[in-house]
Design a protein around this ligand. Sequence first.
Ligand SMILES: *[C@@H]1O[C@H](CO)[C@@H](O)[C@H](O)[C@H]1NC(C)=O
Ligand SMILES: *[C@@H]1O[C@H](CO)[C@@H](O)[C@H](O)[C@H]1NC(C)=O
Ligand SMILES: *[C@@H]1O[C@H](CO)[C@@H](O)[C@H](O)[C@H]1NC(C)=O
Ligand SMILES: *[C@@H]1O[C@H](CO)[C@@H](O)[C@H](O)[C@H]1NC(C)=O
Ligand SMILES: *[C@@H]1O[C@H](CO)[C@@H](O)[C@H](O)[C@H]1NC(C)=O
Ligand SMILES: *[C@@H]1O[C@H](CO)[C@@H](O)[C@H](O)[C@H]1NC(C)=O
Ligand SMILES: [Cu+2]
Length: 550
Amino acid sequence: MLKLDTLYFICFWLVYALQASAALVSVHWDIGYVDIDRVGYGTVRAIGVNGALPIPPITLTVGDTLALTVHNSLNVTTSIHAHGLFQKGTSYMDGPASVTQCGIPPGDQITYEYAVEQAGTFWLHGHDHHQNSDGLRTPLVIHDKGKPPVAYDEEILFSFEDWYSETFSERARVTLDPDLPFPPAHGYGYGLINGINGNYTRPIHFQPGRTYRLRLINMSATMWYQFSLPGHVMHVIEVDGEYTEPLSVDGVDLAPAQRYSVLVTAHLTNSFNYKYNATMSASFIPPAAGLSPRVFMGDVVYQQGAPYIQAGMYDDSFRWVNDIELHALDQSPALPVDRSLRLVIGNNIYSTRQHLDHFNNVTYATPITPTLYTALSMGNMAMDERVYGPQTHAVLLKHNEVVELVIHNPNTLPHPLHLHGHAFQITEYGPADLLAPVNRTADPVVKNIGVPARRDTMVIPPYQYIKVRFRADNPGVWLLHCHMDIHFALGMAMTFIEAPDVLQKTQAVPPEMLNLCAKQRIKTTGNAAGNQGLDFTGLPPAPVFISRSP
Ligand SMILES: *[C@@H]1O[C@H](CO)[C@@H](O)[C@H](O)[C@H]1NC(C)=O
Ligand SMILES: *[C@@H]1O[C@H](CO)[C@@H](O)[C@H](O)[C@H]1NC(C)=O
Ligand SMILES: *[C@@H]1O[C@H](CO)[C@@H](O)[C@H](O)[C@H]1NC(C)=O
Ligand SMILES: *[C@@H]1O[C@H](CO)[C@@H](O)[C@H](O)[C@H]1NC(C)=O
Ligand SMILES: *[C@@H]1O[C@H](CO)[C@@H](O)[C@H](O)[C@H]1NC(C)=O
Ligand SMILES: *[C@@H]1O[C@H](CO)[C@@H](O)[C@H](O)[C@H]1NC(C)=O
Ligand SMILES: [Cu+2]
């Protein structure tokens, strides 16, 4: 018979073993300028880490804690966001400057602590001054604890980036200058695959019969990537950190900030080699030979010296992944909607004479006091959307209500919108309203209200609407914004203030983070201007709507 103290010993050992496998991973990043030539057209002043680019990807296992110490060697503030991590109970670690923290001032540092609970493909990137566009971005891969729910033998990571010969601030300056034509003439970006010029993308090696998980991450500021592996079948198993039922496709189309994992099983013989195809383009950049799209072909090597097969036809039967067709692996049904919010995105002319982007005519600008600190410090008044100021576009969400966002895009550009703190269910696409009948598209209404897939970044195609649902079960302050950095800079963002009443009782900001504000004389209590009540003295006036953009 098993003695009680033996049983205790076993339990103790089990607990100990589990704890021992949960590691504290410490990473130190010194963020600074690097003069670098990443594609071969000349040197640009980029933003790197520890004097280099690309930044090495970080790999963790569920249960680990990442302690990411960030030192700022730039001459402006900086901050880091772990894209896709929900930050449950730690809203203050989310990263967007002036939203959940003050930017880290030059010469200063803090440590972000992420206790990771989600398995999947994520990325870390700058969330102040759009520094991700200048290189401050890298994959964050989180492995399941134990066996993943879908079997595979090995994994291969692909990160895709766009790269320009001007810095982000130079590109933003010409877009925001009211005396220059809008939109400015577009350039042609270059492509980076795993941090190097896509023209020299490295070979991947396949062994007969083995199954590979390819993790694909689009870290671009503006450009889309299409990835295909002609001659092989791909099964999508993950979107944005959420497992899906395997779905067979021929190719994956990634908007900025989106991630997919696909399983590919190698052929049983190694008599042929193949090519993979990563093509960078954007629907709003007219085709130009060699410049757009940029097609990057990489080797899939079964056996050195074996002949290459030109496989695959890019015709109408070619199936790109479509997120509305995917189903969550855990079979969670579509949530019953408590409240539906209608949002229309677009570009208007404002009192600053600039063409600015907006949700429902409100163009976003950051407050002085970070929005989270307003939510935490204003007691009952935190339930009044007005205290967050006229330019953060704050919308209050009740604890645990199911919110449906219906977002219309009556414009020529697609927009990849990212919601912080949540993954939402994709339940419907259709033609946008608000278009003159002549412009109304014939896009069909497509729905998935059975078991939809969840993700954190949605693309709303031109002239379409999308419906997504999520439960407001994560008290905090969460940004919804376009992940095309220039659109974010033009104001395509808004803030969800989720359950400030619960937030005030459950979360406290570490003093180390509050100090970042103190050093810049930014108040950590009060409304958007750091004042009491609705006194916004000191806050720059919000741009006033003048007319719609032609
Ligand atoms: C900050 O550094 C950037 C990049 O070197 C430079 O272009 C800019 O002029 C500097 N700004 C200030 C205020 O020193
Ligand atoms: C990449 O290769 C294409 C085709 O050979 C060439 O036109 C282009 O200049 C190259 N670009 C870079 C940045 O190396
Ligand atoms: C990333 O997405 C952006 C925009 O959605 C797109 O323009 C770019 O080509 C994509 N890049 C990759 C590598 O998928
Ligand atoms: C690469 O993929 C694109 C679609 O993303 C396709 O149009 C192009 O023809 C492919 N190129 C080759 C050489 O297979
Ligand atoms: C935005 O402004 C336009 C033009 O005045 C108006 O037609 C539209 O109803 C406004 N939209 C919202 C959501 O307020
Ligand atoms: C609507 O269609 C008209 C006529 O084809 C065109 O001139 C106009 O630019 C279109 N409007 C939009 C928003 O696409
Ligand atoms: Cu956009």
